[in-house]
Design a protein around this ligand. Structure first.
Ligand SMILES: *Cc1c(COP(=O)(O)O)cnc(C)c1O
Length: 365
């Protein structure tokens, strides 16, 4: 076969830099603390295993293609209409679904300079043009985003709080961003870390969606609910957006175990509260301890911190990553996010947190 006859992906696909997940293992190290993917140190609620055992789900049957039970459980928890909710195989699927539903060649999708990488990947996968907007102090800049909007812009992605920076925009800034967008532009508020935020001026986006046909909020069960392995996400939006996305999505995009697990997880408020409480304590402790070592930490409202390293040979982010890895602590390199001198550290359980602080201290000494 000559190369002329080879199948070719559509234009743009081969320009995509594939997503690289956080490492799980280190060669030659037996016990590893995975602090690279912002998973919950608490894991899922024990109610999840109970529900799965009690339900005797028949794996031979297709799941409910409309995720009715899960949408109703989410709606009840947040006081929403289930008709405005769409569930997905992780919120990543929903971010992609929005791109495939609203973007085509010639359209532009906006995201912030140090924003979550999935946006750029999915914008490009839809054949559209990705537009990165500069941040100010590792924080989304509303004026810069608005200045980048053109008549070709169809989607604006904002992770709030953002991963990997941990920074957030207060609700008045999000409202100002929305107010400045033309009506044909959808503002996607990715609130994957909303539960962790303890700031009076923060809002995940429910109010903004409720009052506007061009705002979407996405949420996930992967972080606070400790269910990353099952892949459950949901979005809240105007019926017209839900209707359009329902036409494009796979007919059984959420599996039967995920639906049952999600229903059980969201009902266990105490489990969520424990995870929030633990994170609040350790986010502060870790941030202070790392700064006391002479490293700078971007103030975070999520379940992770971004640590900045010097460029001095022997003390760089790459050196730290190698050293911490050899001690069994796996952090996330974030060069792909334009942050070559930083590492992202997920808040773990007490043992992992104390251990990684100890290892970092030795590295810096
Ligand atoms: C982890 C994360 C998600 C969640 O993705 P899932 O597909 O639901 O696991 C979404 N957005 C951001 C910014 C994240 O960091």
């Amino acid at each position: 076969m000559s190369s002329k006859e080879m199948p070719r992906p559509k234009p743009g696909v081969m320009d995509i830099a594939a997503y690289v997940p956080g490492r799980e293992t280190v060669e030659g190290v037996a016990k590893v603390y995975k602090l690279s993917s912002n998973e919950s140190p608490f894991g899922p609620s024990p109610k999840v295993a109970e529900a799965l055992a009690a339900k005797k789900i028949d794996l031979a049957l297709y799941p409910d293609g409309a995720s009715h039970e899960l949408r109703e459980a989410i709606a009840k928890t947040y006081g929403l209409n289930p008709g405005n909710i769409l569930c997905g195989n992780g919120s990543d699927e929903l971010l992609g679904l929005l791109c495939h539903t609203y973007l085509g060649p010639g359209d532009e999708g906006l995201f912030t300079e140090h924003g979550f990488l999935v946006y750029k990947i999915q914008i490009m996968a839809a054949g559209a043009t990705p537009v990165a907007v500069p941040d100010v102090e590792l924080t989304a800049d509303v004026d810069a985003i608005l200045a980048a909007v053109t008549e070709k812009t169809k989607l604006v992605f904002l992770a709030n709080p953002n991963n990997p920076t941990g920074t957030y925009l207060p609700v008045n800034e999000v409202r100002r961003l929305h107010a400045g967008l033309p009506g044909h532009v959808i503002l996607v508020l990715d609130a994957a870390y909303a539960e962790y935020v303890r700031r009076n001026d923060y809002e995940a986006g429910i109010e903004l969606v409720s009052g506007n046909p061009n705002v979407v909020m996405t949420r996930t069960f992967s972080k606070i609910h400790g269910l990353a392995g099952l892949r459950i996400g949901w979005m809240y939006a105007h019926e017209a957006i839900i209707d359009a996305c329902n036409r494009v999505r796979g007919p059984f995009n959420v599996n039967a175990l995920a639906i049952a697990a999600g229903v059980a997880a969201i009902a266990d408020r105490a489990h969520v509260d424990r995870a929030i409480e633990h994170n609040d304590v350790w986010l502060g402790r870790i941030s202070e301890a790392v700064e006391a070592m002479g490293l700078s930490v971007t103030p975070s409202v999520g379940n992770f911190v971004l640590i900045h390293f010097p460029t001095t040979p022997g003390k760089t982010a790459a050196d730290a990553d190698a050293y911490l890895g050899s001690r069994g602590f796996v952090l996330r390199r974030v060069a792909g996010y334009g942050l070559p001198d930083a590492l992202r550290l997920t808040i773990g359980d007490e043992e992992a947190n104390l251990g990684v602080l100890d290892a970092l201290e030795s590295f810096m000494a």
